[in-house]
Design a protein around this ligand. Structure first.
Ligand code: ATR
Length: 290
């Protein structure tokens, strides 16, 4: 996409189209960060949002393929259900069991997952935390947790404890990851089993649930029992100081919300579509202007 002197986008016949499909989609920040990066890097691309309901997913995907879009992002509730409509999965999506980025290569739709690696990038950038031998407590065992845990394992985490309200889901992830990543020791418990003894061993607490999006606290987790050096990452980013971030600060623990992950997954998706990294910091700065 070219930009005229009056900063109006000039979409041309050869402009590459990228989009995001989800339901709801109005709240999505991806169009803002992606278009900011395309503009900053003078790339002839445009990114647009489409609200697609689950009933229309199959038609929407074949429509995007027929239209020849360059690629697209996939968000709630389609990250798992889109898989049967794709032609091939990259390892990142296969192991996460979810897709958030698709690239159209010739006539093939290839699914990727940049959420997990985006999280790992953000842990490094925003918390100076590299997965390794330090124990990680993952709260939640849904799709977001699965992607995060697969990426943590791939990045070298050797000791992960999953805690979820529903133990069966935590056990299912534990079983799958044990097969794929035998080098990582994984435990699974219910949330109400997270006691002082466990918390005192944890170096990183990662919230993968939606708790906090509407101001909810996470029950059973007493952050005061975590060691002083421990860090807290809240994948929720609905406000700068989520309840978990506020509570962490109150007990002196370094913590961040999930905006860094949003940016990092977007940077990786941008690279998949365009073949180049976006200018450093441009997506983050676009969010700072909101
Ligand atoms: P996502 O794909 O975003 O991870 P999901 O697969 O629906 O969404 O998973 C939501 C996660 O948040 C689950 O771990 C869920 O716990 P359950 O498996 O017990 O349902 C967790 N979650 C949502 N609401 C919760 C609540 N009120 N208390 C505790 N956990 C909650």
């Amino acid at each position: 996409m070219l930009w005229g002197d009056d900063y109006m986008p000039c979409v041309q016949g050869k402009t590459n189209v990228v989009c995001i499909i989800g339901d709801p989609i109005r709240h999505s920040l991806s169009p803002i960060i992606q278009n900011a990066a395309f503009t900053a890097d003078h790339l002839d691309y445009i990114y647009v949002p489409f609200a697609v309901t689950p009933e229309n997913l199959a038609q929407a995907v074949s429509g995007l393929k027929a239209l020849g879009v360059c690629g697209f992002n996939v968000t709630i509730p389609h990250k798992t259900t889109i898989i049967p409509f794709l032609d091939r999965l990259d390892e990142s999506a296969e192991y996460a069991g979810a897709v958030n980025t698709v690239k159209l290569c010739g006539n093939l739709l290839i699914g990727y997952n940049t959420d997990g690696d985006g999280l790992v990038d953000s842990l490094q950038t925003d918390l100076n935390f590299s997965p390794g031998t330090e124990p990680v407590l993952v709260v939640g065992a849904g799709g977001a947790a699965r992607g995060a845990i697969a990426a943590l394992c791939r990045a070298g985490a050797t000791n992960i404890h999953i805690s979820n309200r529903t133990i069966e889901k935590a056990n299912a992830i534990k079983q799958d990851m044990n097969i794929r990543y035998p080098g990582t020791h994984i435990d699974a418990t219910t949330l109400n089993q997270v006691n002082k003894e466990l918390l005192s061993t944890i170096s990183l607490l990662l919230n993968t649930t939606s708790l906090g999006m509407h101001g909810e606290r996470i029950d059973y987790i007493n952050l005061a029992h975590m060691p002083e050096h421990a860090k807290v990452y809240d994948m929720v980013y609905s406000c700068a100081a989520t309840p978990l971030v506020k509570e962490s600060s109150a007990v002196g623990l370094q913590s961040v919300n999930g905006l860094g992950m949003l940016v990092a997954q977007g940077e990786r998706a941008f690279e998949i579509w365009t073949g180049q990294k976006p200018s450093e910091g441009v997506m983050r700065r676009a969010l700072n202007h909101l």
